[in-house]
Write a protein of this length. Sequence first.
Length: 266
Amino acid sequence: MTAISRTPVAGPLEVPAPAWFISDLHLTPGMPRTLAAFERVLERAAQDARALFILGDFFEFWVGDEETDSPFARQIAGALRALAGRGVPVYLMHGNRDFLLGRRFAAAAGATLLPDPTVILCAGHRVVLSHGDMLCLDDERYNRFRRWTRKRWVQRLFLALPLSARLSVARRLRADSEAGRARQLREGQGAQLPFYGDVTPSAVAGLMQAGNASLLVHGHTHRPARHEEASGVRWVLTDWDLDGSHPRAAALQLDESGFRVLSQTE
């Protein structure tokens, strides 16, 4: 098993309540209903939230900030900037699919990039935020990929390729991933959704201890639920998909009363 990460925990960042958390939207032009639901949640957030946190895998893939100039990215950045302009700060954290999301897009979106992990203080609660992939230590294949792709020199070499070449690589990786999911469904004897690697309990405990917090919010695993851990409570955010056969979309709200799931499938 891979050793527990000793990544420093940034923070604490004080934010007003209610704070909303979403992740794993995997936005792409090929998922128009999911995009429409995201735009609706921004309208609701403008009325009901005081901060919005997007905890990774916001886009299906992101191969460099030149993508900010695409019509699709400009539409999304404009919607986020409009929310920020209405007094709701937007915070972005990298995921395993969009870890190359950079300052250029953040500036266009009026958003703040957060390190993974980050500690926040909100409504009297101290909470560790993470995308969640760093907690899946038993997925050795993915962890090898993560270690290599997070190296700065590897990223520099990749970003030096023409944008068309980078997009081709991303589409190939996406196709391989989709093929793997389809295989999981075939072999899962009727399971509705594909299997995703889950967190390692020791990694969860280590992260919560490092953040001096008994609350953790993350995405990535596609296992949305409130999990009771020995070290505290772990909330897992749902992925979003309103274009497939199993619609799902939700935000998690934190206020003085604690956490509450806000469905966005209506």
